[in-house]
Design a protein around this ligand. Structure first.
Ligand code: USQ
Length: 385
């Protein structure tokens, strides 16, 4: 199949491109390096440098004799995305091209506007390019479990049956994002739902939890194929941050009471889920929603696990409880369904002690390069406009 990956330079986009290419698909990736630009803006550095897409594609081609086409451009621009879709005629588009950081979206008006315009803009531009040039193409969109928030009821996979005054109907599960970033993903879902209903688009919206891990089998083929890995307070996610903190000898930064519970998954499982979604396309007119995570943990539990394994490796890890910079529930009910991807064949890589130990060992060679100052939380959700 011809598969277009929007946001192909990112933590998940690049490994996905390699995986799908090695499966025999014809893959094109597009990116405007927004994430790298925003990292510079907030003085964040990744754990190690990664080459640009052209260089990585050349290394990949030399090793595998398979090519990944790369395009540089802004996916909010109609002319750019229109031409990609018209000329490449993809059977599936994997859409990662969004500003991915909740803290970045909460820094101030400018960052909020960029997040809103970029995230909703890329989705809207893609929808119209497909309507014009490839209406049968399947959109595989990265959403987030954070669209649901932390309601005091079980979280369903996208939809809920509501009985009301003697009648019943099926609706999107209630959504309530805990940052502007998460809210843009809700807006994306609503746009996709509308155009699926009205114009027959085929959409799979993957509600993904926080992803962890430094590598995949493809990244391991050559150091230059490594994925972009952040651990700073703006672009790093919780478990990846804890791994780097443990190696740096800093106490793990648990925000508030640490009872915040989320569904997590290994980066290897993200790739599996995307492949499974592509192999079983949504029907014309269908918005299919799949909850994409393999196990749930509280932040406190995660810190405890990293601490235990780290100490066993001689790292001397401690846990700190910091004032929570976010507005979120720190103790809450959480029971999210996640059967659909398992039924499609997902074989989870769970967070065992060996997996944690293996990840810590991968961080260790970079110990001296860790920028400790970038780890301290610095974005307050309550900042006055
Ligand atoms: N947290 C800490 N300490 C830290 C960092 C985070 O206690 O040093 C806590 C946060 O307060 C939050 C939880 O860990 O309660 C998760 O935070 P996160 O930064 O790992 O994840 P989040 O901001 O929610 O966003 C990330 C990705 C986003 C993805 C989302 C899935 O950046 O792209 O959509 O995870 S989810 O969280 O399920 O919405």
């Amino acid at each position: 199949m011809r598969i277009l990956i929007l946001g192909g330079d990112g933590y998940l986009g690049w490994p996905t491109a390699m995986r799908l290419t090695l499966r025999g698909h014809s893959v094109m990736v597009a990116d405007n390096y927004l994430r790298r630009r925003l990292e510079r803006e907030v003085d964040a550095v990744p754990l190690y440098e990664t080459p640009d897409l052209g260089t990585r594609a050349a290394v990949f081609a030399a090793l595998t004799e398979k090519s990944i086409c790369t395009r540089e451009g802004d996916c909010t621009r109609h002319e750019f995305v229109d031409a990609l879709i018209r000329d490449f005629q993809p059977g599936a588009v994997v859409h990662f091209a969004e500003q991915p950081s909740a803290p970045y979206s909460m820094m101030g008006a400018e960052q909020a506007r960029l997040t809103l315009e970029n995230n909703v803009g890329t989705t809207f531009t893609l929808i119209w390019a497909l309507l014009r040039h490839a209406p049968e193409c399947h959109i595989v969109k990265l959403g987030t479990m954070g669209e649901y928030g932390t309601p005091n009821i079980d979280i369903e996979e996208g939809w809920i049956d509501v009985a009301h005054r003697g009648r019943s109907d099926r609706f999107l599960f209630p959504r309530q994002g805990s940052s502007l970033y998460h809210t843009t993903k809700i807006l994306d879902t609503d746009l996709l739902h509308f155009y699926a209903r009205n114009n027959g688009l085929r959409v799979t919206d993957l509600m993904q939890g926080p992803v962890y891990g430094l590598t995949t089998t493809e990244c391991d083929m050559d150091p230059r194929l490594a994925t972009h890995f952040n651990y700073d307070a703006v672009f790093g996610t919780v478990l990846n941050r804890f791994l780097v903190q443990a190696v740096a000898g800093m106490p793990l930064t648990v925000y508030g009471r640490g009872g915040q519970t989320r569904g997590f998954l290994n980066i290897e499982d993200t790739l599996q889920c995307i492949e499974l979604a592509i192999n079983t396309p949504a029907q014309s007119g269908e918005l299919r929603i799949l909850n994409q995570f393999t196990e749930q943990f509280s932040v406190r539990e995660l810190a405890g696990r990293v601490c235990e394994v780290g100490n066993r490796l001689g790292l001397n890890v401690a846990i700190a409880s910091l004032a929570n910079p976010r507005r979120e529930k720190e103790e809450h009910y959480y029971n999210a369904q996640h059967h659909a991807l398992a039924e499609l064949g997902l074989e989870p890589h769970l967070l065992t002690e060996d997996v944690i130990g293996g990840m810590l060992e991968r961080v260790l060679p970079y110990r001296d390069a860790i920028d400790v100052d970038s780890i301290k939380p610095r974005v307050q959700w309550s900042l006055d406009a």
